[in-house]
Ligand binder design. Structure first.
Ligand code: ADP
Length: 571
């Protein structure tokens, strides 16, 4: 007798998750293993995906978020349940706030135990916890829904205004089995994940009319413009219109900062004096003083705003001409309108006044930058980094801190788009090593992370990750012995040995930390030493940390955010 029953080929939840991601050309996962996702991560690697394992989920999430920003594909972060999920949630919320597409995939405990609150291992209702902090949150309960669930997460992350998506995978789901052929059929390839959204012709005409009526127009480029990857269209608009422009910090390099029309060195002047402002992928939030007040001067403004999200319009001030659509399509429509004729470039009076301000401010800044105080200050150290980036424009810059962020943003010019990653919309610290790892993995180009000593502390343990994957990340810690400055006194009247609330260990040697993991450390006290260390690090391509000793007196409380820092009655 012959056996006629055919052995049925089976698959399971683990395989289907990886198959579904690969089916959508996702090839990298940032995460941290543990119950119940360890085998999922192993399988990802075994199936040819790149798995980058971190020491803390927040940094894995930040790496995924910046990968999403760089590629317009959702970055994937994978975590364990409860605390691992919550650590990742900080990054998911930050990604959503910044409009970066990412998907946080977390394993979770069994539904029936969680819902009856019977005390499971790492029990938590993660789906509901995630909802307020992301663009969308989904749970997949059946293996045959993995294909559609992942497709839904991808589309939610990248379509319209990009953002963070949470995907809940209960442990039971991963172990569920399914007929392999059925599993294969259940996979979904997302077609046109972020479709072009064309602006309405009358909106385009309205915007052109406002632009034509401008005497002192200004273009403001935000990180939405950088994200859109419409670089050539944006350049065409700027150059054909002849309008001066200001890049927000992460839009630096979309056009080279040295472009003749850049008004960065006359920022206060143009914001106060402009009469028509064209916002491209930039929100009128706190970073732009909400579009009102002293920053914006006495000249009445008319705003034209290009954004994919209709509810962004009129969020802070009235928008005269909203242009809703994707940035590429909107900018192309404006260029077409300009090409059609009837538009006049801004007067020489306006551009000349800006050029005059720029010259004055740049001369002043050059004099400050040329000084060589001892100990080094932010300016003399940043001059060195500025020159290294000028000679190597493909370098990615990650930047966080208070003074370190403020000074680096204005001193270090960028020459290529999507090369500067920083504290972003929330103005936060803690993104440093996560962004640096994400940027290095995605671009395969060197990264210089310019870190305040306080900012670095949030993610410093990821130096081990950088060394483990041998990434070309050069971390420069601007070490002035404390938060803001290293000179605060101890205010405790009862304990003369108490520690000031803003101080760190004096003379700390952060360079020794990376040596523990086989990386290269430098301790530098002069611009010449910093220059030498940076060049050696770039040449070697090895994980490097440069402890740059900065004058503890340099810097100000809260950097340039002094106005946001409520002060007690102290003098
Ligand atoms: P910045 O901080 O640089 O000023 P924001 O993050 O405040 O920039 O603004 C980015 C804006 O860009 C968001 O309002 C977002 O909706 C928008 N945006 C993102 N991607 C696109 C796109 N492809 N097309 C149009 N608008 C976009």
């Amino acid at each position: 007798m012959t056996d006629t029953t055919q052995a049925q080929e089976m698959t399971d939840g683990f395989h289907l998750v990886i198959d579904a991601l690969k089916h959508n050309d996702i090839d990298t996962i940032f995460g941290l293993v543990g119950i119940p996702i360890t085998d999922l991560c192993r399988l990802a690697q075994a199936q040819g995906m790149k798995f980058i394992g971190f020491r803390h989920e927040q940094h894995a999430g930040n790496a995924a978020a910046i990968a999403g920003y760089m590629t317009k594909k959702p970055g994937i972060c994978m975590t364990v349940s409860a605390p691992g999920f919550l650590n990742g949630l900080t990054a998911l919320a930050n990604a959503t706030t910044n409009c970066f597409p990412m998907i946080l995939i977390s394993g979770s405990s069994e539904r029936e135990i969680v819902d009856l609150q019977q005390g499971d291992y790492e029990e938590m209702d993660q789906l509901n916890a995630a909802k307020p902090y992301c663009k969308a949150a989904y749970r997949i309960n059946k293996a045959e829904d993995i294909g559609i669930g992942i497709a839904r997460a991808i589309r939610s992350a990248v379509s319209g205004r990009p953002g963070g998506v949470y995907l809940d995978l209960p442990a039971q789901l991963l172990a569920q089995t399914l007929d392999a052929a059925h599993g294969k059929r259940s996979l979904v390839k997302v077609v046109d994940a972020a479709p072009a959204q064309l602006p309405a012709p009358d909106s385009v005409q309205r915007a052109l009319d406002v632009l034509k009526g401008a005497k002192k127009p200004l273009i403001l480029l935000g990180k939405g413009a950088a994200y859109a990857q419409a670089d050539a269209d944006i350049r065409a608009l700027v150059e054909k219109s002849g309008i001066p422009y200001l890049p927000m910090s992460m839009a630096k390099g979309l056009l080279p900062d040295t472009h003749a029309q850049s008004a960065s060195a006359a920022r206060s002047f143009v914001l106060a004096e402009a009469d028509v402002v064209l916002l491209i992928g930039a929100r009128l939030n706190w970073l732009l003083s909400h579009g009102k007040g002293k920053t914006w001067g006495a000249i009445p403004k008319k705003f034209i705003q290009i954004d994919i999200s209709p509810t962004e319009i009129d969020s802070n001030v009235a928008i005269a001409a909203p242009l809703i659509g994707d940035i590429g399509s909107c900018v192309q429509a404006l260029v077409k309108g300009i090409d059609a004729g009837g538009y006049q470039k801004p007067s020489a009076e306006w551009t000349g006044a800006i050029a005059e301000r720029k010259d004055k401010n740049l001369t002043k800044m050059a004099a400050t930058l040329e000084q060589n105080p001892s100990p080094m200050n932010f300016h003399s150290a940043l001059r060195v980094i500025r020159d290294v980036v000028k000679a190597n424009p493909e370098i990615n810059i990650v930047n966080e801190g208070a003074n370190t962020l403020d000074y680096a943003r204005s001193i270090v010019d960028m020459y290529q788009p999507r090369k500067r990653f920083d504290s972003g919309t929330w103005g936060i610290m803690g993104i440093g090593m996560g962004f640096a790892i994400g940027a290095a993995v995605i671009s395969k180009k060197p990264v210089i992370a310019i870190e305040g000593d306080s900012a670095f502390g949030f993610s410093g343990m990821e130096l081990e990750t950088i060394c483990r994957y041998d990434l070309p990340v050069i971390t420069v810690v601007f070490n002035n012995n404390g938060v803001y400055k290293g000179t605060d006194p101890n205010l405790n009247p009862n304990d003369p040995k108490d520690v000031p609330v803003t101080s760190f260990v004096k003379g700390a040697r952060y360079d020794k930390m990376i040596e523990a993991f086989g990386g290269i450390g430098y301790n530098v006290e002069t611009p010449e030493e910093l220059d030498k260390a940076l060049k050696e690090a770039l040449a070697s391509g090895k994980p490097t940390l440069i402890n740059a000793v900065i004058d503890p007196n340099a810097g100000t409380e809260s950097g340039r955010l002094t106005n946001l820092n409520p002060q007690s009655g102290k003098k």
